[in-house]
Design a protein around this ligand. Structure first.
Ligand code: G3H
Ligand code: 13P
Ligand code: NA
Ligand code: ZN
Length: 328
């Protein structure tokens, strides 16, 4: 059944788990996410970005998720709009039936320029009023999550040096004021993560996430649900497979699952993952197509199935690690 983000995260908080929020833009991703959830009895959050709308079209995207709701009536599903840049775009998502929206007022509409605090409060508060009148939840964000404002570079290119995430931590005083003034349901926090595949150029040594900041935020906002963007783990086995079968991806590292699990102890309830699914599907398709025995295969469904199976395994691993498995 379609549920709001608030309903699901309140339940997650009561039971001490987090839910992975997977970005989707095609049928195979939706099916992988749902087959994995069904196999381990997990609730689901699927989210569509502007890029997903550009690829699939808003109507197809919505109906893919509604098909999942129809096919799996026993599984709670949140249909969420990721990083909406304006209240108008949030209104459009609400009208078309999304049960949750992210008003990302941390960046101005061009999604490059950091916004002022007052601007962010204003647009986010507007969306909360509108959304809550419709039973829809709202995620807000303050501060600058690494790399989104440089997304064109960060998402597609390797950084030349280790990014400095220390400047990007969520300010606790601002967070308290923002929540008070907007009445959002969930807050995206910056605690060391960044979007895209190129998060860290050196192997993580257990201190990627600034857990001390997260603890402070939870002490100050004990009832808030925190969202971690940029939470892909950049699986090294998939990186290796991609490069083994013709890919050329520089060495790069993500957020270790064990650190995310630590964050879940301090109020992280929604964990955004896109890059990991891209890596699993790219690796699986490259590998499938490179096999000599598949050289004369023209049934592209077999290639898509390889991608779907790989994504399914990854999703199930995340449901189990984050503790949402068994809670559908
Ligand atoms: O927030 C960023 C997500 O990874 C979406 O990326 O705009 O390429 O779909 P996208
Ligand atoms: P990743 O790029 O780490 O998968 O993060 C995705 C995300 O935060 C979408 O909002
Ligand atoms: Na931001
Ligand atoms: Zn994000």
């Amino acid at each position: 059944a379609l549920v709001s983000l608030r309903q699901l995260l309140d339940y997650a908080a009561e039971n001490g788990f987090a839910v992975p929020a997977f970005n989707v833009s095609n049928m195979e991703q939706v099916q992988a996410i749902m087959q994995a959830a069904d196999a381990c009895d997990s609730p689901v959050i699927m989210q569509g970005s502007a890029g997903a709308n550009n690829y699939a079209g808003e109507i197809f995207l919505r109906h893919l998720i509604l098909a999942a709701v129809e096919q799996y009536p026993h599984i709670p599903i949140v249909m969420h709009r990721d990083h909406a840049p304006t209240p108008d775009i949030c209104a459009q998502a609400i009208r078309s039936g999304f049960s949750s929206v992210m008003m990302d007022g941390s960046l101005l509409e061009d999604m490059k320029t950091p916004s002022s605090f007052d601007y962010n409060v204003n647009v986010t508060r507007t969306v909360v009023r509108m959304a809550h009148a419709c039973g829809v939840s709202v995620e807000g964000e303050i501060g600058c999550l690494g790399s989104l404002e440089h997304k064109a570079d960060a998402a597609t290119q390797a950084p030349s040096e280790q990014p400095d995430h220390s400047r990007l931590l969520t300010d606790p005083d601002e967070a308290v004021e923002f929540v008070k003034q907007t009445q959002i349901d969930a807050l995206a926090v910056a605690i060391g993560t960044s979007h895209g595949a190129y998060k860290f150029s050196k192997p993580p040594t257990g201190d990627v996430l600034v857990i001390s900041r997260l603890k402070t935020l939870q002490q100050r906002l004990p009832n808030m649900h925190f969202v971690m963007h940029g939470s892909s783990s950049v699986p090294q086995d998939w990186l290796k497979i991609i490069n083994e079968y013709g890919g050329d991806i520089p060495q790069t590292y993500g957020v270790p699952v064990a650190e995310i699990v630590e964050g879940i102890k301090y109020g992280v309830r929604k964990v955004n993952i896109d890059t990991d699914l891209r890596m699993a599907s790219t690796g699986a398709m490259r590998r499938y197509l490179a096999q000599p025995e598949n050289a004369s295969e023209l049934d592209a469904r077999k290639t898509y199935k390889a991608a779907r199976d790989a994504m399914q395994a990854l999703c199930q691993a995340r449901y189990e690690a984050f503790g949402s498995a068994g809670h559908a």
